[in-house]
Design a protein around this ligand. Sequence first.
Ligand code: ADP
Ligand code: GN1
Ligand code: MG
Length: 365
Amino acid sequence: MSLDINSIIKEFEIDGELIHSEPFGCGHINDTYAIYFERETKPPVRYILQRINSEIFDVKKLMENICLVTDYLKERIAAEGGDPLTNTLTIVRTREGRSYYEDKDGNCFRIYLFIENTVSYQSAATTTVLENAGKAFGHFQKLLFDFDASKLHEVIKDFHDTTKRFAALKESVEKGIPERVEAAKAEIDFAFKREKYCSEIVDRLGDSIPLRVTHNDTKLNNILMNPDTGESVCIIDLDTIMPGSLLYDFGDSIRFGANTALEDETDLSKVNFSMDMYRAYTKGFMSEMGEFMTDTEKELIPMSCILMTYEVGIRFLADYLIGDTYFKTTHETHNLERARNQFKLIEDMESKLGQMKDVVKDYSL
Ligand code: ADP
Ligand code: GN1
Ligand code: MG
């Protein structure tokens, strides 16, 4: 979809003339653009403009969550001596003081300050980056420790309820495009054989696994990092902040960051689970959150990595079967390839589960 960016930006509290805009980043959900404005001082100032995916999100509720959380984080960040303008997202308001603008066709747009001098990694970078990513998400959990979870809307219902995700897969197998169901026989079989994983976290949530405020989409490319030091500057993509389990965040980071290849790599010989990356992330995360975690949470860390990889894998697979309605794709088999990639990673993790448990013990002291 091509956007009339000029007519969108005039709704927002931004001065100066728009001189350039370009699609930006590699997200699977929103349409993201960098937009550049001329200023008296050089270079031009840029912002992030996003068309929020209103097919999957209730935008009003989502933006209420983001406003509440970023306001809270800004206070906490200032109190610990950080910079509230770069260490969390800043929403640019509309001229009417709203956090987003909805056009006459129901398209919803928001603008964030662009956080400069940062990179977002698309695949496993170095152990230093992974250790810092672990620290960053652990610290993020810590900052939100006392945030009242009841204030937040559940923006996507049952987002990490793997049992319901499995039920959705089954339905896609029954009602999906027959040729695609046929083409994905081996992957469907792989997923069905592992149904037992589904209940590992969700059945204990709110019981031996505390309900916390979690990010729920902790891909490495949802952290902006300092390219020189590899340290985290800002955690972004706050769309899915909701009550959840710390294990969701841990497992999701590992499924992306400890993969030796990109998430859509089709040469599966390149897709392996890196113990070094896993160790580095565990070290960083536990240095921030270890003392606050329950024994059950610690015990389930390795399983959470398998589980979150499984959950995303079956989501890619289900989306392929029903004709790619959710994740952005560039070609017909894209979601199937992504599912295969995740399943290869699961096999590798399954063979290393014992070692993964030992690593958690190393950092639990
Ligand atoms: P999606 O939900 O589609 O993944 P994101 O909010 O993660 O969308 O944004 C997509 C990409 O845009 C990010 O991975 C990052 O590279 C970039 N990005 C998003 N927000 C900012 C920001 N405030 N400053 C700089 N880059 C950003
Ligand atoms: C989506 O928005 P993005 O690209 O960071 C998805 C995650 C998946 C991920 C798989 C709201 O993340 O749940 O794990 O793709 N986000 C949503 O790459 O569904
Ligand atoms: Mg993202």
